[in-house]
Design a protein around this ligand. Structure first.
Ligand code: HEC
Ligand code: HEC
Length: 389
């Protein structure tokens, strides 16, 4: 991984940090990065002009609209889904602008962190991603600490043992992610240099569950775990996706069917995946809303589900039936985005609404069908890409 230039738009001037400066250029000159396939799909959209929005949102407003749901309004993390603390100082001083830009635009496939970039079917153009980077930088209190470049040599087999004993309880087996972020994620490993990973392990992330291992593990052991994480990298196949979903032709699934026989909703809100699946098979009349960013809908959604992302509920409201037809929203979080959509619908007077309790990843794990944005009944992408499968 050749990260030649460390770029971090942190400014020593607190006033400049507080104003939401553009983190311009996170993608500029970055095409030399060894991104093993990531770059190809992105090239076209990088040239795209900024959105012709009359009143463009600044970085703070973009963050509140798209990110606060999971990462918290102040980047404190853990608002939903174990989303990490973006305002953490060890994170901010070691993450470069391109690292942040790739994470936002390409997401962490297979986790609740969707791709927000337009070229992946998400809502944000490059100018907006830059504004978000600038806003996230405003939380950074000290200058960047460039991470050492180049490969860290270690013994992955020894690292694997340490990982199983010290890390898998939070990060899951083989870095699949659990209560802590995934560490086998292809976008993470394609954009984080070894030095970044090693520093995170050695110093931890103060104020989050991530402990510092510098005293607990020898320098050699730290190298071994880093080498082990690096060995988890697997190339991800990126399919080209259209920037916008195809026109919606049908709102209601089984329009001639009767109402679904749902049990009383848990907490007046949640319905289990098995129940929704059974009612769909039985031919019950339903509307399904996919509350995730449209990029996720493009990759895989429950057949018949409409893309109604949590940040854009109004776009679809006029088309939803106001009779007794049941509306069920889902996401991968498993509740945060779908919960927000249902709350908004209920505030607009929609009564028969529910949230899919376990979310779409459990739906996929059960082997229930999903389809892509272009209508292929492709096999479900494995939630949390697992190199051992
Ligand atoms: C639905 C919940 C959710 C939303 C909304 C969301 N994120 Fe995330 N984000 C996550 C999770 C969960 C992770 C960790 C994913 C993993 O396991 O690898 C993450 C990871 C990240 C990372 C990588 C952090 C690291 O240490 O590697 C960045 C940067 C990030 N998110 C920024 C954003 C921004 C900016 C937005 C808004 C445009 C956003 N996220 C919206 C859940 C979310
Ligand atoms: C008690 C739970 C816990 C344990 C044990 C743990 N971690 Fe973490 N780790 C976390 C959390 C939570 C985060 C995200 C922190 C944040 O919000 O920034 C994290 C972050 C990281 C990151 C940064 C990821 C990124 O995308 O920026 C790396 C690398 C990492 N951990 C590696 C390890 C390794 C290797 C071990 C074992 C030696 C380990 N962790 C043990 C909870 C844990």
């Amino acid at each position: 991984m050749a990260h030649r230039k460390q770029r971090n738009t942190y400014s020593r001037d607190p006033a400049a940090r507080a104003s939401t400066r553009d983190g311009v250029g996170w993608h500029a000159g970055r095409w030399g990065l060894v991104l093993a396939g990531l770059a190809v799909a992105a090239r076209t959209a990088l040239a795209a002009a900024p959105a012709a929005d009359p009143k463009p949102l600044d970085g703070a407003a973009l963050f509140a609209k798209y990110c606060a749901l999971c990462h918290g309004a102040k980047g404190q993390g853990y608002a939903a889904d174990h989303a990490n603390a973006l305002a953490n100082q060890q994170f901010l001083t070691s993450a470069t602008d391109p690292f942040l830009g790739w994470a936002i635009a390409y997401g962490r496939p297979g986790t609740p962190m969707a791709a927000f970039g337009k070229d992946r079917g998400g809502p944000l153009d490059h100018g907006q991603v830059s504004k978000l980077i600038g806003f996230i930088r405003s939380w950074q209190q000290s200058p960047p600490i460039p991470v050492p470049e180049g490969l860290i040599r270690g013994e992955p087999a020894r690292g694997e043992k340490i990982y199983a004993a010290q890390c898998s309880g939070c990060h899951g087996p083989r870095g699949k992610g659990k209560t802590a972020p995934s560490l086998n994620n292809p976008v993470l490993l394609a954009t984080a240099p070894d030095g970044y990973l090693r520093r995170a392990i050695a110093e931890g992330r103060t104020g989050t569950p991530m402990p510092a291992f510098a005293r607990k593990l020898s320098a050699e052991a730290l190298n071994d775990v880093t080498a082990y994480l690096r060995s988890l990298y697997r190339k991800l196949e990126w399919k080209t996706v259209p920037e916008t979903p195809p026109p919606i032709t049908q709102i209601i699934i089984n329009p001639k069917g009767g109402p679904p026989r749902f049990p009383p909703l848990r907490e007046g809100l949640y319905v289990p995946v098995d129940k929704v699946r059974a009612e769909l098979v039985r031919g019950a009349r339903l509307v399904l809303l996919d509350a995730r960013p449209t990029s996720d809908w493009m990759l895989a959604h429950i057949p018949g589900a409409l893309p109604v992302p949590y940040y854009d509920v109004d776009a679809m409201v006029a088309q939803l039936p106001r009779d007794d037809t049941f509306i069920v929203a889902y996401c991968s979080c498993p509740h945060a985005a779908s919960g927000q959509v249902v709350t908004e619908l209920r505030s607009r007077g929609f009564k028969n609404t529910a949230v899919l309790d376990e979310g779409i990843f459990v739906w996929m794990e059960r082997g229930y069908p999903v389809t892509t944005g272009t209508g292929e009944t492709a096999p479900a992408p494995t939630p949390a890409p697992a190199p051992d499968r």
